[in-house]
Ligand binder design. Structure first.
Ligand code: FAD
Length: 474
């Protein structure tokens, strides 16, 4: 039987897309890289996913898992062809309020989980700015963060167990609700593996209580230095706010033109800070943050008066990327992380790079954990501009690494940063990761050629086996 005929036999005709216009819709994620799939499938559960894995293995074609396609590193782009496996039909949700956990289908939208948990006084802490669209499966696969991960940690800190379909269509449960599951932490290996080791079909996640009180502060500064210093000094003072988010002037102007969220447009930088907890605690923490801001020349400190004002400020922050459409048809959103103490010099260098290449750059980022998101607004139909955008991008990554940072803060590696992995990992590191991939996926079916650059296996270097030094694998 042909690949399509076998897929239809497993799922029925309506859950297999194959028309060119349908395939085009699923040919890329939110990055700029497009691929071309043979089919898009919509399994309902792990049994159907297992069948699809067996079909793919028989035909020797890749499977690219896809949640909402909001990823920014081409992780869900079918760059090697094959089957796009959409998880959007896997939306089971069982909340266990007593244990403060939930078993969540991979296709459940992040915000929907928190909305479903709200009547029990609970929420799911990781809140990517894309949370109204992105899925739990995508969050797990990319170990996603969000504005409120500063205090609570990124997705990996909230995943207790995973149901995963492995090679051969084997369905396994990794981890669980016991405080410490025995054996190797294979769940930890899957989190952040970007669909390269197996397909996550359900996740057991931790839910946290909704805090009794909250204060959201907006401070505007005449320069980026004062805002960045405020961030470092707040953390140095022993506070761990729920969120510390920074926007530059170009971004606040773009957002205000669109949303009218009340952001100041005449200041070089705007800092959004949030503290949560008991009323007495949040009052004193908010005052301390305001004092630190003023000491760093904050022009105005506004504390949201009520939930409506707070929601509007957050809407301004979380919808920021939507505002870019006014400026240019395309944007390239970078993701790198530097130590907080290096924020000022890194930001200065990033602006210099944009000027050097004559590009429009805007910045909005998770300053509390040093996670930068320089955004270049441009027109991708101009090849010359494209070239400059990518050169600037490489220099931004290089400056972040030079300042002690890492390749990615939260968006993952995918194809976008695959060929930069050698800037951060030795040949032995890459070989170890490639061997792990081979153990999970000997047929190289799951999202091949993502994360690991060509030649990662020591066997792969020009076909010549490199000698591994004695003791290297101890
Ligand atoms: C406007 C905007 C704002 C964003 N803000 C943030 C932010 O604040 N923080 C942040 O971390 N990211 C952010 N992102 C990036 C993105 O939203 C996250 O990486 C998100 O978790 C991706 O989820 P998704 O469902 O869209 O996954 P997709 O894009 O569909 O897939 C992402 C990766 O996960 C794999 N995958 C998806 N589902 C599964 C599964 N069930 N099993 C195995 N692998 C799977 C895919 O193959 C791919 O490699 C933002 C993106 C946009 C466009």
């Amino acid at each position: 039987m042909s690949l399509l005929a076998e897929l239809r036999a497993v799922l029925g005709r309506e859950d297999v897309l194959e028309e060119p216009v349908e395939l085009y819709v699923y040919s890329k994620d939110a990055s700029l890289m497009r691929g071309e799939a043979t089919a898009v499938v919509f399994p309902q559960d792990s049994a159907e996913v297992a069948e699809i894995v067996r079909v793919a293995e028989r035909h020797g074609v890749p499977i690219v898992a896809r949640g909402a396609g909001t990823g920014l590193a081409a992780g869900a782009s079918p760059t090697e062809g094959g089957i796009v496996l959409s998880t959007t039909a896997m939306t089971s949700l069982e909340i266990d309020p007593e244990n403060r956990t939930a078993w969540v289908g991979a296709g459940v939208i992040n915000l929907d989980l928190s909305k479903a948990a709200e009547p029990f006084g609970l929420h799911f802490a990781p809140d990517p700015s894309s949370q109204s669209a992105c899925t739990i499966g995508g969050n797990v696969a990319n170990n996603s963060g969000g504005p409120h991960c500063l205090a609570e940690g990124s997705t990996t800190s909230h995943v207790l167990g995973l149901e995963v379909v492995l090679a051969g269509g084997e369905v396994v449960t990794l981890g669980g609700d016991a405080p410490d599951t025995p054996g190797l932490d294979l769940k930890g290996v899957i989190v952040g593996s970007e669909g390269t080791l197996g397909i996550v079909t359900r996740a057991l996640v931790r839910l946290l209580p909704i805090e009794p009180d909250v204060r959201t502060l907006l401070m505007d500064f005449p320069d980026m230095e004062g805002a960045a210093r405020t961030v470092s000094q707040v953390i140095a003072a022993g506070l761990v706010p729920a969120a510390l988010e920074l926007m530059d002037q170009r971004m606040t102007v773009a957002v205000e033109n669109w949303l009218h969220a009340g952001l100041p447009i005449d200041s070089a930088a705007v800092l959004l800070a949030e503290v949560v907890g008991e009323t007495v605690g949040v009052e004193s923490q908010a005052q301390l943050i305001a004092d630190i801001g003023r000491a760093n020349r904050a022009k105005k400190v506004q504390i949201a008066a009520d939930a409506a004002e707070r929601d509007l400020l957050w809407k301004g922050r979380k919808s920021a990327f939507g505002a870019i459409a006014q400026l240019a048809p395309d944007y390239y959103l970078h993701d790198a992380v530097v130590p907080r103490t290096k924020l000022v010099e890194t930001m200065t260098a990033v602006y210099d790079i944009a000027d050097k290449y004559d590009l429009t750059m805007l910045n909005v980022f998770h300053a509390g954990d040093g996670n930068l998101h320089p955004l270049i607004a441009f027109d991708a139909s101009d090849p010359e501009v494209n070239r400059r955008v990518h050169q600037a991008g490489d220099e931004i990554v290089a400056i972040c690494l030079k300042n002690g940072g890492a390749l990615s803060g939260e968006h993952g590696i995918g194809v976008e940063k695959r060929d930069l992995m050698r800037t951060s990992f030795s040949e032995l590191d890459l070989d170890a990761q490639a061997r792990l991939k081979d153990v999970f996926d000997p047929g190289r079916v799951f999202n091949p050629n993502k994360i690991l650059p060509e030649g990662s296996r020591c066997f792969d270097f020009g076909g010549v086996r490199r000698e591994i030094p004695d003791g290297a694998w101890v």
